[in-house]
Write a protein that binds this ligand. Structure first.
Ligand code: G1P
Length: 296
Protein backbone atom coordinates (compact mmCIF):
# COMPACT_ATOMS: atom_id res chain seq x y z
CA UNK A 1 0.00 0.00 0.00
CA UNK A 2 1.42 3.41 -0.91
CA UNK A 3 1.01 6.17 1.63
CA UNK A 4 -2.18 8.15 0.82
CA UNK A 5 -2.05 11.81 -0.21
CA UNK A 6 -4.18 13.69 2.30
CA UNK A 7 -2.43 17.09 2.49
CA UNK A 8 -2.17 19.76 -0.18
CA UNK A 9 0.03 22.86 -0.10
CA UNK A 10 -1.02 26.06 -1.89
CA UNK A 11 1.69 28.73 -2.20
CA UNK A 12 -0.19 32.04 -2.31
CA UNK A 13 2.42 34.56 -1.20
CA UNK A 14 3.24 36.06 -4.64
CA UNK A 15 2.69 39.77 -5.17
CA UNK A 16 0.85 39.60 -8.48
CA UNK A 17 2.77 42.47 -10.05
CA UNK A 18 1.68 41.37 -13.52
CA UNK A 19 -1.94 42.22 -12.69
CA UNK A 20 -1.52 45.69 -11.26
CA UNK A 21 -3.55 47.75 -10.57
CA UNK A 22 -6.14 44.93 -10.01
CA UNK A 23 -3.90 43.30 -7.42
CA UNK A 24 -2.87 46.42 -5.54
CA UNK A 25 -5.17 45.78 -2.57
CA UNK A 26 -6.45 42.30 -3.50
CA UNK A 27 -4.46 39.06 -3.71
CA UNK A 28 -4.04 37.78 -7.27
CA UNK A 29 -5.41 34.43 -6.11
CA UNK A 30 -8.81 36.11 -5.61
CA UNK A 31 -9.12 37.08 -9.29
CA UNK A 32 -12.21 35.25 -10.52
CA UNK A 33 -12.52 32.79 -13.35
CA UNK A 34 -16.23 33.33 -14.10
CA UNK A 35 -17.43 33.39 -10.46
CA UNK A 36 -14.81 31.37 -8.58
CA UNK A 37 -11.51 32.87 -7.39
CA UNK A 38 -8.54 30.98 -8.86
CA UNK A 39 -7.62 29.75 -5.36
CA UNK A 40 -11.09 28.26 -4.97
CA UNK A 41 -10.68 26.36 -8.25
CA UNK A 42 -7.43 24.79 -6.95
CA UNK A 43 -9.03 23.92 -3.59
CA UNK A 44 -12.02 22.34 -5.37
CA UNK A 45 -9.61 20.25 -7.48
CA UNK A 46 -7.80 19.10 -4.32
CA UNK A 47 -11.03 18.24 -2.50
CA UNK A 48 -12.23 16.19 -5.48
CA UNK A 49 -8.94 14.23 -5.25
CA UNK A 50 -9.59 13.33 -1.58
CA UNK A 51 -7.44 15.98 0.14
CA UNK A 52 -8.36 16.54 3.80
CA UNK A 53 -5.78 19.12 4.91
CA UNK A 54 -5.40 22.36 2.97
CA UNK A 55 -2.19 24.26 3.79
CA UNK A 56 -1.89 27.83 2.51
CA UNK A 57 1.49 29.55 2.48
CA UNK A 58 0.43 33.18 2.50
CA UNK A 59 2.06 36.56 3.00
CA UNK A 60 1.17 40.04 4.14
CA UNK A 61 -1.90 41.42 2.36
CA UNK A 62 -3.40 37.96 1.89
CA UNK A 63 -5.79 37.70 4.82
CA UNK A 64 -8.76 37.87 2.45
CA UNK A 65 -7.87 34.31 1.43
CA UNK A 66 -8.33 33.19 5.03
CA UNK A 67 -11.70 34.98 5.14
CA UNK A 68 -12.71 33.33 1.88
CA UNK A 69 -12.33 29.87 3.45
CA UNK A 70 -14.34 30.79 6.54
CA UNK A 71 -18.07 31.28 7.04
CA UNK A 72 -19.29 34.80 6.27
CA UNK A 73 -21.78 35.28 9.05
CA UNK A 74 -23.38 38.60 8.02
CA UNK A 75 -23.69 37.55 4.38
CA UNK A 76 -25.15 34.17 5.24
CA UNK A 77 -27.70 35.56 7.68
CA UNK A 78 -28.89 38.04 5.04
CA UNK A 79 -29.14 35.26 2.45
CA UNK A 80 -31.07 33.15 4.94
CA UNK A 81 -33.50 35.95 5.75
CA UNK A 82 -34.12 36.27 2.00
CA UNK A 83 -34.63 32.52 1.54
CA UNK A 84 -31.62 32.14 -0.76
CA UNK A 85 -30.80 28.57 0.30
CA UNK A 86 -29.09 27.62 -3.01
CA UNK A 87 -26.48 30.35 -2.54
CA UNK A 88 -25.94 29.36 1.10
CA UNK A 89 -25.42 25.72 0.08
CA UNK A 90 -23.04 26.73 -2.70
CA UNK A 91 -20.91 28.80 -0.31
CA UNK A 92 -20.81 25.94 2.21
CA UNK A 93 -19.84 23.35 -0.41
CA UNK A 94 -16.69 25.31 -1.28
CA UNK A 95 -15.33 25.26 2.27
CA UNK A 96 -12.85 22.85 3.81
CA UNK A 97 -14.42 21.18 6.87
CA UNK A 98 -13.73 22.90 10.23
CA UNK A 99 -10.08 22.42 11.14
CA UNK A 100 -9.00 21.25 7.71
CA UNK A 101 -7.38 24.55 6.63
CA UNK A 102 -4.01 25.76 7.93
CA UNK A 103 -2.22 29.00 7.19
CA UNK A 104 1.40 29.94 7.52
CA UNK A 105 3.37 32.86 6.14
CA UNK A 106 6.37 33.09 3.89
CA UNK A 107 8.03 36.15 5.36
CA UNK A 108 10.35 36.95 2.47
CA UNK A 109 9.92 36.36 -1.27
CA UNK A 110 12.78 33.87 -1.60
CA UNK A 111 11.19 31.63 -4.23
CA UNK A 112 8.75 28.78 -4.69
CA UNK A 113 11.07 26.22 -3.07
CA UNK A 114 11.30 28.38 0.01
CA UNK A 115 7.50 28.84 0.12
CA UNK A 116 7.03 25.05 0.07
CA UNK A 117 9.66 24.66 2.80
CA UNK A 118 7.67 27.08 4.98
CA UNK A 119 4.89 24.44 5.05
CA UNK A 120 7.13 21.67 6.44
CA UNK A 121 5.81 21.73 10.02
CA UNK A 122 2.22 21.67 8.86
CA UNK A 123 2.82 18.86 6.37
CA UNK A 124 4.92 16.68 8.67
CA UNK A 125 6.42 13.40 7.52
CA UNK A 126 3.82 12.57 4.86
CA UNK A 127 3.76 12.72 1.07
CA UNK A 128 1.75 15.73 -0.07
CA UNK A 129 0.31 17.46 -3.10
CA UNK A 130 1.51 20.87 -4.23
CA UNK A 131 -0.83 23.00 -6.31
CA UNK A 132 0.18 26.33 -7.83
CA UNK A 133 -3.15 28.16 -7.99
CA UNK A 134 -2.10 30.43 -10.89
CA UNK A 135 -2.16 27.35 -13.09
CA UNK A 136 -5.85 26.70 -13.57
CA UNK A 137 -6.61 23.21 -14.82
CA UNK A 138 -9.65 22.51 -16.94
CA UNK A 139 -9.99 18.75 -16.63
CA UNK A 140 -12.47 16.08 -15.64
CA UNK A 141 -11.55 14.15 -13.58
CA UNK A 142 -9.36 16.88 -12.11
CA UNK A 143 -5.61 16.92 -12.70
CA UNK A 144 -4.70 15.95 -9.12
CA UNK A 145 -7.16 13.03 -9.18
CA UNK A 146 -5.47 11.77 -12.37
CA UNK A 147 -2.06 12.14 -10.70
CA UNK A 148 -3.06 10.22 -7.58
CA UNK A 149 -4.23 7.37 -9.83
CA UNK A 150 -0.74 7.29 -11.39
CA UNK A 151 0.91 7.55 -7.96
CA UNK A 152 -1.04 4.52 -6.76
CA UNK A 153 -0.60 2.53 -9.98
CA UNK A 154 3.18 3.10 -10.04
CA UNK A 155 3.74 2.30 -6.38
CA UNK A 156 4.29 5.77 -4.90
CA UNK A 157 7.25 8.09 -5.40
CA UNK A 158 6.87 11.59 -6.76
CA UNK A 159 4.58 12.67 -9.60
CA UNK A 160 4.61 15.75 -11.86
CA UNK A 161 1.80 16.81 -14.17
CA UNK A 162 3.15 18.06 -17.48
CA UNK A 163 1.74 19.76 -20.52
CA UNK A 164 3.10 20.23 -24.01
CA UNK A 165 3.67 23.91 -24.94
CA UNK A 166 4.99 25.58 -28.12
CA UNK A 167 8.80 25.49 -28.07
CA UNK A 168 9.09 29.26 -27.90
CA UNK A 169 7.41 29.18 -24.46
CA UNK A 170 9.62 26.59 -22.72
CA UNK A 171 11.93 29.21 -21.16
CA UNK A 172 9.04 30.45 -18.93
CA UNK A 173 8.70 27.12 -17.11
CA UNK A 174 10.36 24.08 -15.59
CA UNK A 175 10.85 21.47 -18.32
CA UNK A 176 11.21 17.67 -18.00
CA UNK A 177 12.89 14.90 -19.95
CA UNK A 178 10.68 11.84 -20.51
CA UNK A 179 11.28 8.11 -21.15
CA UNK A 180 9.51 4.77 -20.78
CA UNK A 181 6.05 5.96 -21.66
CA UNK A 182 3.09 3.86 -20.49
CA UNK A 183 -0.05 5.48 -21.82
CA UNK A 184 0.07 9.09 -20.62
CA UNK A 185 2.53 8.34 -17.80
CA UNK A 186 6.32 8.20 -18.07
CA UNK A 187 9.55 8.27 -16.08
CA UNK A 188 11.09 11.68 -15.61
CA UNK A 189 14.73 11.55 -16.75
CA UNK A 190 15.73 15.13 -15.99
CA UNK A 191 14.47 18.63 -15.25
CA UNK A 192 15.62 22.13 -16.12
CA UNK A 193 14.15 25.25 -14.52
CA UNK A 194 13.57 28.04 -17.04
CA UNK A 195 16.00 26.86 -19.74
CA UNK A 196 17.65 29.89 -21.30
CA UNK A 197 17.66 28.45 -24.80
CA UNK A 198 15.50 25.87 -26.55
CA UNK A 199 18.60 23.64 -26.84
CA UNK A 200 18.87 23.54 -23.04
CA UNK A 201 15.29 22.20 -22.74
CA UNK A 202 15.07 18.39 -22.70
CA UNK A 203 11.58 18.54 -24.29
CA UNK A 204 8.62 20.88 -24.65
CA UNK A 205 6.83 19.19 -21.73
CA UNK A 206 6.51 21.77 -18.96
CA UNK A 207 5.90 21.22 -15.26
CA UNK A 208 2.38 22.52 -15.19
CA UNK A 209 1.94 23.38 -11.52
CA UNK A 210 0.76 20.16 -9.87
CA UNK A 211 3.13 17.94 -7.90
CA UNK A 212 2.99 14.94 -5.59
CA UNK A 213 6.11 15.01 -3.42
CA UNK A 214 7.63 12.87 -0.72
CA UNK A 215 8.47 14.74 2.50
CA UNK A 216 12.20 14.17 1.83
CA UNK A 217 11.92 17.20 -0.46
CA UNK A 218 12.13 19.51 2.59
CA UNK A 219 15.68 18.40 3.44
CA UNK A 220 16.70 18.90 -0.19
CA UNK A 221 15.24 22.42 -0.24
CA UNK A 222 17.26 23.22 2.88
CA UNK A 223 20.47 22.33 1.04
CA UNK A 224 19.45 24.30 -2.02
CA UNK A 225 21.31 27.41 -3.13
CA UNK A 226 19.37 30.05 -5.10
CA UNK A 227 18.92 29.14 -8.78
CA UNK A 228 17.05 30.72 -11.72
CA UNK A 229 16.09 34.34 -10.94
CA UNK A 230 18.13 34.24 -7.71
CA UNK A 231 15.31 32.26 -6.06
CA UNK A 232 15.24 28.94 -4.20
CA UNK A 233 13.65 26.73 -6.82
CA UNK A 234 11.56 23.66 -6.10
CA UNK A 235 12.80 22.19 -9.40
CA UNK A 236 16.43 22.26 -8.22
CA UNK A 237 15.47 20.46 -5.00
CA UNK A 238 13.54 17.89 -7.05
CA UNK A 239 16.60 17.29 -9.22
CA UNK A 240 18.52 16.38 -6.06
CA UNK A 241 15.73 14.14 -4.79
CA UNK A 242 15.57 12.41 -8.19
CA UNK A 243 18.99 10.90 -7.45
CA UNK A 244 17.33 8.82 -4.72
CA UNK A 245 13.65 8.49 -5.58
CA UNK A 246 11.57 7.87 -8.70
CA UNK A 247 9.78 10.78 -10.38
CA UNK A 248 6.83 9.90 -12.59
CA UNK A 249 5.38 12.28 -15.17
CA UNK A 250 1.78 12.47 -16.32
CA UNK A 251 0.65 14.19 -19.47
CA UNK A 252 -2.76 14.67 -17.96
CA UNK A 253 -6.04 14.85 -19.86
CA UNK A 254 -7.10 18.48 -19.83
CA UNK A 255 -5.88 22.01 -20.48
CA UNK A 256 -3.82 24.33 -18.30
CA UNK A 257 -4.46 28.06 -18.26
CA UNK A 258 -1.58 30.09 -16.87
CA UNK A 259 -3.58 32.72 -14.98
CA UNK A 260 -0.38 34.50 -13.97
CA UNK A 261 -0.46 35.71 -17.56
CA UNK A 262 -3.17 38.03 -18.90
CA UNK A 263 -3.91 36.04 -22.04
CA UNK A 264 -4.02 32.81 -20.01
CA UNK A 265 -6.38 34.40 -17.49
CA UNK A 266 -8.72 35.71 -20.18
CA UNK A 267 -8.64 32.32 -21.96
CA UNK A 268 -9.55 30.51 -18.73
CA UNK A 269 -12.57 32.75 -18.33
CA UNK A 270 -13.72 31.99 -21.87
CA UNK A 271 -13.18 28.22 -21.51
CA UNK A 272 -14.91 27.95 -18.13
CA UNK A 273 -17.82 30.18 -19.21
CA UNK A 274 -18.42 28.08 -22.34
CA UNK A 275 -18.61 25.03 -20.04
CA UNK A 276 -21.40 26.48 -17.92
CA UNK A 277 -24.88 25.50 -19.14
CA UNK A 278 -26.37 28.55 -17.40
CA UNK A 279 -23.99 30.98 -19.13
CA UNK A 280 -22.89 29.42 -22.40
CA UNK A 281 -25.84 30.45 -24.64
CA UNK A 282 -25.71 34.11 -23.60
CA UNK A 283 -21.93 34.17 -23.68
CA UNK A 284 -21.79 32.67 -27.16
CA UNK A 285 -24.20 35.33 -28.40
CA UNK A 286 -22.04 38.04 -26.82
CA UNK A 287 -18.88 36.60 -28.40
CA UNK A 288 -20.61 36.50 -31.77
CA UNK A 289 -21.35 40.21 -31.46
CA UNK A 290 -17.78 41.06 -30.39
CA UNK A 291 -16.05 38.91 -32.98
CA UNK A 292 -18.54 39.39 -35.79
CA UNK A 293 -18.46 35.65 -36.46
CA UNK A 294 -19.68 32.37 -35.03
CA UNK A 295 -17.46 30.36 -32.72
CA UNK A 296 -17.36 26.57 -33.12
C1 G1P B 1 7.03 27.63 -11.22
C2 G1P B 1 7.99 26.46 -11.31
C3 G1P B 1 8.10 25.96 -12.75
C4 G1P B 1 6.71 25.63 -13.28
C5 G1P B 1 5.79 26.85 -13.14
C6 G1P B 1 4.38 26.53 -13.51
O1 G1P B 1 7.58 28.74 -11.88
O2 G1P B 1 9.24 26.85 -10.82
O3 G1P B 1 8.91 24.81 -12.80
O4 G1P B 1 6.78 25.23 -14.64
O5 G1P B 1 5.77 27.31 -11.78
O6 G1P B 1 3.62 27.70 -13.41
P1 G1P B 1 7.00 30.24 -11.63
O7 G1P B 1 5.70 30.30 -12.39
O8 G1P B 1 6.82 30.38 -10.16
O9 G1P B 1 8.03 31.16 -12.20
Amino acid sequence: MVRPIKTAVFPVAGLGTRFLPATKAMPKEMLPVVDRPVIQIAVDEAREAGIEHFVFVTGRNKSVIEDHFDTAFELESVLKARGRQAEIDRLASGLPKPGQASFTRQREPLGLGHAVWCARQLVGDEPFALLLPDMVMHASPGCLRQMIDVYEARGGGNVLAVEEVPWDQVSRYGVVGAAEWQGNAFSVTGMVEKPRTQEEAPSNLIISGRYILQPDIFAEIEKQAPGAGGEIQITDAMIRLMARQPFHGLKYNGTTYDCGDKVGFLSANVAFALDRPDLAPGFRAALRRILGTDIP
